[in-house]
Write a protein that binds this ligand. Structure first.
Ligand code: AMP
Ligand code: ZN
Length: 486
């Protein structure tokens, strides 16, 4: 994997390009993190599974990875353009809690999902409100040439940078699709750098600035933390595909402005000063009944999947079965199929559990699966094909178990399914509200086994009927080894 080049789809050029690090031997990646005003839904988590696969692949290629994921605890309005209320302020008011408590609670909840999905820890979780001073400094450096003040704050004039909106391929002349309700804006696509607190009001989160008391515009934080923590240009910037339309074009405009004003970055506001060389976007997870919407009451959180009895890594498997640039439709049937596939792999891996792990060695029997795996990942992170390569490797027969284990571990270090940490039992579907607990089921099954061993079929049938009455499906001889299911 270290020899063949990695190619990635760059949203800026809409083309697959070979990856060449800015700094030899290193990869610096910035991922737009969650706005912590509510629980993440599983669609949000798809964005982080994707960023994790990218990071693991870069590490696998032998690059030293610096990955930053931010936590947005200020500035994101209910509309991605400059309309609506601050999401954090709104939730805090609804719950009558402080914004800081809201942020704390939902950041912890997000981190729990990150852990449950085997998403590796980034080098740093950068918290937006820790960078307010730096945001003000950044804004000051571009204000004269690129910004103007109006009643509601400091705005960025998108006509002051070359080729604004090329990432979105937006028609910027008439600002199609943009919100134009802010009075005093010069162009529809102009956006807030600093939002002044209206006279006579007090916000929970506000800071002094040269443009009055207020809070930063949402796009500013990612430009600033990217520049501070990774330096311009860094290698890769990621986010969900919705960010290709407003958030990232605006970040890019700020970055161009900053590079134009700062020394050492070449010409004034040139389009090539995008801040990052490659911009990558995962497509959406969609769901037909509207359960993805956070305003729909019981929305699709990872915890809901777990409450219904699904192991969270079944959802990771579901994500990997689709290419990150394809839309993925969520369904419970699809989740169960992903769980079954994961279970099959785990059962095959468990047969190697006693083999001592060893450094991965070249072995002719694994040459084809390894080549397939590497080609798949090198080709813009082709996880669907990489999964079949793992299955091919697991199916190789009459080979030393230790070598086989090493090959599977090697591949799984990229896909992160934790095949050797999971067990068949851990993958059972066990809903939270099940009428019977697992110990009771296991106990009944042990008694049934004993009855059958003694050829007491009446007793064995009675135990089975009792289990069925409690909603337990006893699956004798099931090749998947479910044994029972609720
Ligand atoms: P937010 O917390 O709204 O800023 O979103 C966090 C991340 O999730 C961003 O990268 C979004 O682009 C991404 N995202 C939002 N909705 C979905 C979805 N349905 N499927 C995949 N990614 C999503
Ligand atoms: Zn961002």
């Amino acid at each position: 994997m270290t020899e063949t080049p990695l190619s990635l789809f760059n949203s800026l050029t809409r083309a697959i390009e070979p990856f060449t690090p800015v700094h030899a031997g290193e990869a610096r990646v910035y991922t737009c993190g969650p706005t912590v005003y509510n629980y993440p839904h599983i669609g949000n988590m798809r964005a982080y599974v994707f960023a994790d696969i990218l990071g693991r692949t870069l590490s696998f290629k032998g690059l030293s990875l610096t990955h930053i994921i931010n936590i947005t605890d200020v500035g994101h309005l209910t509309d991605d353009a400059d309309d609506g209320e601050d999401k954090m302020e709104k939730m805090a008011a609804e719950k009558a809690q402080s914004i800081w408590d809201i942020a704390q609670h939902y950041t912890q909840a997000y981190w729990a999902d990150v852990e449950a999905l085997n998403i590796r820890q980034p080098a740093k979780w950068s918290i937006a409100t820790d960078y307010i001073e730096e945001m003000i400094e950044f804004a000051k450096s571009i204000a004269d040439k690129h910004c103007y003040e109006c009643a509601t704050g400091l705005y960025f004039d998108v006509t002051t940078v070359e080729d604004y909106g090329r990432l979105a391929r937006a028609v910027t002349e008439d600002g199609e699709g943009r919100i134009d309700t802010v009075e005093g804006k010069r162009n529809a696509a102009d956006f807030a750098i600093w939002r002044k607190t209206p006279d006579g009001e007090k916000r929970q989160m506000e800071w002094d600035s040269p443009w009055g008391k207020g809070a930063p515009g949402w796009h500013l934080e990612c430009s600033v933390m990217g520049e501070k923590l990774l330096g311009f240009p860094f290698d890769i910037h990621t986010g969900g595909i919705d960010h290709r339309e407003i958030h990232h074009p605006n970040e890019i405009a700020q970055n161009q402005a900053f590079c134009g004003c700062a020394s050492g970055h070449g010409g004034l506001s040139e389009a090539r000063n995008s801040g990052a060389n490659i911009w990558m976007h995962n497509n959406f997870l969609v769901e037909r009944s509207g359960k993805m919407s956070k305003s729909s009451g019981e929305f699709l959180r990872l915890q809901l999947l777990m409450d219904k009895g699904y192991h969270p890594l079944a959802y990771r498997m579901m994500c990997l079965q689709a290419h990150y640039r394809s839309e993925l439709e969520f369904s419970w049937e699809g989740l169960e199929a992903a769980l079954t596939r994961l279970k099959r792999m785990v059962m095959a891996a468990q047969r190697l559990a006693d083999a001592p792990s060893q450094p991965v060695a070249e072995h002719p029997k694994f040459a084809a699966p390894m080549a397939k795996f590497e080609a798949a990942m090198n080709d813009d992170l082709g996880t669907p094909s990489a999964l079949t390569a793992i299955e091919d490797a697991l199916a190789v027969k009459k080979v030393d178990a230790g070598i086989k284990r090493a090959v599977i571990e090697h591949m799984d270090s990229v896909l992160g399914l934790g095949l050797f940490d999971l067990t068949r039992e851990a993958l059972r579907i066990r809903p939270k509200d099940a009428a019977i607990d697992e110990a009771a089921i296991e106990d009944a099954l042990t008694r049934r086994k004993a009855a059958r061993a003694e050829k007491d079929f009446a007793a064995s049938d009675a135990i089975r009927d009792e289990l069925v009455a409690h909603g337990v499906d006893v699956m004798d001889g099931d090749p998947m080894g479910w044994e029972w299911k609720l």
